[in-house]
Ligand binder design. Structure first.
Ligand code: PLP
Length: 391
């Protein structure tokens, strides 16, 4: 069976060049970067070259890039350290954040008594920035705002520059989970006054187990993993040298090909939207995912007009991998918080969300196969939602 991968927001396949760079690093640069002999120093140089490359991409200084094991660790470190070391007493966020952010915030609420305010999104998944300003003006408590750049389920993109400016004007720290946008678009952090951001290499054809946190120097954030002096004592532990080399190669490939990749994926996404809309009667698109603006070009989130909690499995049996941003109110899986926020009760009860996500490797044939499979599966269902009320 020809297998088709349409779950690139979950993870991406490694590029051959990335694998080669990692294997080469494992063979040649096996030294411990903390060792003072040449083996160690060569590994250290390999790390510092990638740090410089990331800093150039983001227009920041290399000292502001801290390698971590993943996006989850970066977000945990930033949020928890803001509370433990920078005296943050209040966090403003939204219910649409990735679990690694929302659970870190909850942990700080439960263990440290941090006050938490959530801005509820509208049915399109938009965050009301006037509400953010109002919340910021209503308290003197030292505040961290944590709002993701792009939502991993529905693809909505927020204006992080505007949010960062609002935070600055109100003396709040600003963290943005940029895991879905890093290396997918140009991010000039000399122009966007965000304090903290995060990255995970496996979202752009790099390896799993490596990411970084951007920590603006002026914030004085400290680490939460203690031990040796690695990463300027912000993240102790011997560095994942091969992972860092893989991240560097993946970033290089993304940046060198950004225009071509973006163009290709945008065309694929548009093709997918048009074909799905034409072939699946009653289908809707969640959030802003069918719009060219304010939406990740890598993600489209569908709402199928019937309830089918098994759709992910059925597509998988046909060789097609997608993600089931689950809104099911029965069965084993819990409804996703994002879907609960943007869908009406009717939609939750009678429809099925599905996330399809692309890479530069996705072809129109892949989309045709998905559409054919969806048509076949949809035949067995009565379309329930023609009159379903939208939130
Ligand atoms: N934040 C977002 C928006 C994500 O999509 C993900 C990955 O699914 C993460 C954070 C976590 O990244 P990692 O898998 O590197 O821990």
């Amino acid at each position: 069976m020809n297998k088709i991968y349409l779950d690139n927001a979950a993870t991406t396949p490694l590029s051959e060049e990335v694998i080669d760079a990692m294997v080469e690093t494992m063979k040649v640069n096996f030294g411990n970067p903390s060792s003072t002999h040449s083996f160690g120093q060569e590994a250290k140089i390999a790390i510092e070259n990638v740090r410089r490359q990331i800093a150039d991409y983001l227009h920041v200084t290399p000292a502001e890039i801290i390698f971590t094991s993943c996006g989850t660790e970066s977000n945990n470190m930033i949020i928890k350290s803001c509370v433990e070391h920078l005296g943050v007493e209040r966090i403003i966020s939204s219910p649409m954040e990735h679990k690694c952010v929302s659970e870190s915030i909850l942990d700080m609420k439960n263990r440290k008594g941090v006050e938490v305010a959530y801005i509820r999104p509208n049915e399109k998944g938009d965050i009301d920035l006037a509400k953010l300003e109002e919340l910021l003006k209503n308290s003197d408590k030292k505040t961290l705002v944590s709002l993701m750049h792009a939502n991993n389920e529905i693809g909505n993109i927020v204006d992080i520059k505007k949010i960062a400016q609002i935070c600055k004007e109100n003396n709040a720290l600003f963290h943005s989970d940029t895991v879905q946008t890093m290396a997918h678009m140009n991010l000039d952090l000399s122009d966007i006054p965000v304090d903290f951001a995060s990255c995970s290499a496996h979202k752009f054809h790099g390896p799993k187990g490596i990411g970084f946190a951007f920590i603006r120097k002026a914030t004085g954030l400290k680490g939460i993993i203690t031990g040796g002096p690695q990463e300027r004592s912000l993240r102790a532990g011997t560095e994942n040298v091969a992972g860092i080399a893989g991240l560097g190669k993946a970033l290089e490939l993304s940046l060198n090909n950004m225009e071509a990749y973006t163009q290709h994926i945008q065309n694929i996404k548009q093709y997918a939207i048009e074909r799905i809309a034409a072939e699946i009667p009653g289908v809707k698109f969640n959030g802003r995912s069918s719009e060219a603006e304010n939406s990740l070009y890598t993600v489209v989130s569908l709402l199928l007009p019937y309830k089918n909690p098994l759709i992910g499995l059925q597509l998988d049996m046909k060789g097609i991998a997608v993600s089931q941003g689950s809104a099911c109110s029965s069965g084993a899986s819990k409804p996703s918080m994002v879907m609960m926020m943007i869908l009406s009760e009717d939609e939750m009860d009678h429809c099925t969300p599905l996330r399809v996500s692309f890479s530069h490797m996705t072809t129109k044939n892949d989309i045709d196969s998905l559409v054919n499979a969806l048509k076949e599966i949809s035949k067995d269902f009565v379309i329930e939602n023609t009159n379903v009320e939208h939130r």
